[in-house]
Design a protein around this ligand. Sequence first.
Ligand SMILES: [Cu+2]
Length: 181
Amino acid sequence: MPNPLDPPEGNWWDEPVNRRESIWLGIAGLWSLAIFGWMSGFTRFGEQNPIGETYAVDPQEFQAAVAEYKDAAGETDEGYLVPPGDSVYIAGLRFHWDGLPVVLEANREYDIHLGAYDVQHGFSIRPEETLSKQINLQIFPDTEWIVPMTFEEPGTYHVICNEFCGRGHNGMHGTLIVEEN
Ligand SMILES: [Cu+2]
């Protein structure tokens, strides 16, 4: 048996590349160019991209805006907020959600103003009946993100933090109730 450490016979490096191998290298090269190009297309086409508008905001100013919103909001017997108009403010902080719980109307478009007071958090909404279904957005202390949202199905929606933000992260839970108008 030949020793695998011995060099192979002859000028093995001068052998021409097999035609099939050249074809597959060509296909792989073209495909990698195509998916490289799609990275740019991904931000321009399709509905997978985040929507809404973002604004640079001082976290303290955002906190003041949330406080103002909460003052103007109504309250149910259970202490849930009822937004005064179409704007809803929700802010993440270690370790809870300011502006939750809130009661919204089904099939009404709201502008959800998202932000954070301290560190980056993950804003994840999941319907109670289908917890695997979710929307997940990243929120930052210096950015106010206004996302238009319409909830078609009445029910309970859970809001959790999906970005590890510290020792109390796993307890960051809020509730969003959607009621039939
Ligand atoms: Cu967290």
